[in-house]
Design a protein around this ligand. Structure first.
Ligand code: AVJ
Ligand code: FE
Length: 452
C-alpha cells in the first residue's frame, strides 16, 4: 500500500523504531485521557447514527492496528476475540463485512473494561512487533503505523464531537469537565466588539495545490511529511483575485443574521438546505438554547452563555452558505483557502488548549493592525464551497486502505483548518476534512471570501 520511498533498513537503526514506538504510546495515551472524565454509562450511547459510542471509538482505533499491522506481520498474533474483526471494522468492505454503523450503540459486550483490555493487548503486541520487526516488512509496518496514528488522532476529534453530542441530548446538560465550565463562564463575552472583519487581498495566479508523497528517501521520524492520499497529487489551479476575511464569523455576527430573519428568507438558501431547515426546525446553530431570553450553548463544560466574540460553531454547510450570501460574500474555495494558509503559522486553539470550545482571537485585546488572516487554523473547521472530489491524477492507496478516503468522494463538502478539538500536530495547509453538507455536530464554522 505504500507510495512513499523509505530508507533501506541499514539506515533505520533502533533509535528510529524506538521513536515510532514513543509516538505510538503518546497518541494511544491521548485517546484514553479524553475518555477519563466519562462515566461507564456514557461509553455506550449512540445519540444519532453519525455518532459512535466512545467505547466503539476506543476499540475501532485498536482494531485498525490489529487488522492492518499485527494480523499480517506479527508472528503468532492472537486476537482476544475473533468477533472484534467484525464489530470494530468501520467500513472496510474489502477486509470483511463491517458491523452496521447505526447499531453500534446496541453492543453492550465487550464491556468497557474489556475494551480497555483490548487496548492494552494491542499496545503490548505493537511493542512486541516493534522490538523485533521483520526487516522485509519494516517499510510497510512503519507506513501503516503512521496512518494508524493519524487515524487515531482523527478519532480523538470524533470522540470530542461525539461526547459533546451524547451529553447534549441529556436534558440534565451533564458537564464533561468542570474546569472547562469555570473557564468558559469566566471568559464569555457578553458584549460584541464593534470591529468589522477586515479583508485581505490575494493576487490572481496559477497556484500549486495539494502535496506529493515525499519523493526523498526520508525515514521521517517526526512524521512531518505525512499526508492522506486525498491531499495528493500536487497540481496547478488558476485562482482568480479574491479577498478573504481576516477572521471567522463570530456568534455576534451570526446572531444578527438570525435577528434579520436569516432562517426565514428563502432567497438566501440553497434548496436542499431550505427544505432540510424546515424539516428539522433549525433556528440557530446546533446546541444553541434560549434560557431566560438569552442564548446559551451546550459545551464540554455544560450549558454556558454564548460568547459573542467567539467564532460561530456547529453550523451546517447550508447555514454557512446562507450566512455568506446574507453578508454579501461567499464561502472560499478550498484552493483559495490553501493559497491563504500555506505561509501562515499554525496559530489557533487546538485540543491541547483543553477548552474544547472555539475562542475569540487573542488579537482582539492587542488590536494589532496586521491584516493577515487570523485563526485559519484551530478553533473552527471552515466550510469551503468546494465538494470533496479527487484531485486530478488522484490514486487511492492500494489494498483495503484505499477505502480510507477515496470512496467518500461524493456528496460531501471540504472543510479546512482544524478546530479546538484537533490535535495541533495533526493539521496542515493541505489537510482536507469532509462532512456531508447537513452535518452540524463537527466544530464547523464560517470564513467569508469575496470576489474583487
Ligand atoms: C474525515 C472525519 C470524515 O469520520 O469517517 C475516521 C475520519 N476516517 N476513520 C470519518 C476517519 C477513518 C473521517 N472524517
Ligand atoms: Fe476510523
Amino acid at each position: 500500500m505504500t507510495q512513499t520511498t523509505r530508507a533501506p533498513l541499514e539506515n533505520a537503526d533502533g533509535a528510529h523504531i524506538r521513536e515510532w514506538l514513543r509516538r505510538f504510546q503518546h497518541v494511544r495515551r491521548a485517546s484514553e485521557k479524553l475518555c477519563a472524565p466519562l462515566e461507564t454509562e456514557d461509553y455506550m450511547v449512540q445519540s444519532m447514527a453519525d455518532v459512535s459510542p466512545p467505547k466503539w471509538h476506543l476499540a475501532h482505533v485498536s482494531w485498525f492496528f490489529e487488522a492492518f499491522i499485527l494480523a499480517p506481520w506479527l508472528k503468532d498474533y492472537q486476537t482476544p476475540d475473533p468477533a472484534y474483526d467484525f464489530l470494530f471494522n468501520s467500513y472496510y468492505e474489502t477486509h470483511g463485512k463491517p458491523f452496521p454503523r447505526h447499531l453500534r450503540g446496541t453492543i453492550s459486550r465487550p464491556t468497557v473494561a474489556q475494551v480497555y483490555q483490548f487496548r492494552a493487548h494491542i499496545d503490548r503486541e505493537m511493542e512486541r512487533l516493534l522490538s523485533a520487526p521483520p526487516p522485509e516488512h519494516l517499510d510497510e509496518i512503519i507506513d501503516r503505523l503512521e496512518i494508524g496514528l493519524h487515524h487515531e488522532q482523527q478519532h480523538q476529534e470524533l470522540l470530542v464531537m461525539d461526547i459533546k453530542h451524547i451529553l447534549s441530548c441529556n436534558p440534565l446538560h451533564p458537564i464533561y469537565r468542570n474546569d472547562i465550565r469555570q473557564q468558559l463562564l469566566a471568559h464569555a463575552d457578553q458584549a460584541a466588539l464593534p470591529d468589522a472583519p477586515r479583508w485581505h487581498r490575494y493576487a490572481a495566479g496559477v497556484r500549486q495545490i495539494g502535496v506529493d508523497y515525499p519523493t526523498e528517501p526520508a525515514f521521517d521520524h517526526d512524521g512531518e511529511g505525512f499526508v492522506f492520499d486525498s491531499e495528493t497529487p500536487r497540481h496547478r489551479q488558476y485562482v482568480a483575485e479574491f479577498e478573504l476575511a481576516d477572521r471567522p464569523v463570530t456568534n455576534a455576527e451570526f446572531l444578527k443574521f438570525i435577528e434579520d430573519g436569516g432562517y426565514t428568507r428563502t432567497e438566501l438558501w440553497l434548496s436542499d438546505g431550505w427544505h432540510l431547515m424546515h424539516q428539522t426546525g433549525w433556528q440557530a446553530p446546533e446546541y444553541w438554547e434560549k434560557v431566560d431570553g438569552r442564548w446559551h450553548t451546550m459545551s464540554l463544560g455544560g450549558l454556558v452563555p454564548v460568547d459573542l466574540n467567539a467564532p460561530v460553531c456547529h453550523v451546517s454547510f447550508y447555514e454557512a452558505d446562507a450566512y455568506a450570501r446574507w453578508a454579501g460574500a461567499r464561502l472560499p474555495t478550498e484552493a483559495e483557502w490553501e493559497t491563504a494558509a500555506v505561509d501562515q503559522p499554525l496559530a489557533g486553539h487546538f485540543v491541547e488548549d483543553e477548552l474544547l470550545q472555539p475562542q475569540a482571537p487573542s488579537r482582539r485585546q492587542g488590536q494589532d493592525k496586521n491584516q493577515a488572516p487570523q485563526q485559519l487554523y484551530g478553533d473552527v473547521w471552515e466550510w469551503t464551497g468546494s465538494a470533496f472530489l479527487p484531485y486530478p491524477g488522484f490514486t487511492p492507496l492500494e489494498g483495503s486502505l484505499g477505502e480510507y478516503n477515496g470512496k467518500f468522494m461524493s456528496g460531501q463538502m471540504v472543510l479546512r483548518g482544524g478546530c479546538c478539538a484537533t490535535p495541533g500536530n495533526h493539521i496542515r495547509a493541505s489537510y482536507r476534512n469532509f462532512f456531508p453538507p447537513q452535518a452540524r455536530w463537527a466544530f464547523s464554522g464560517i470564513r467569508l471570501a469575496r470576489d474583487v
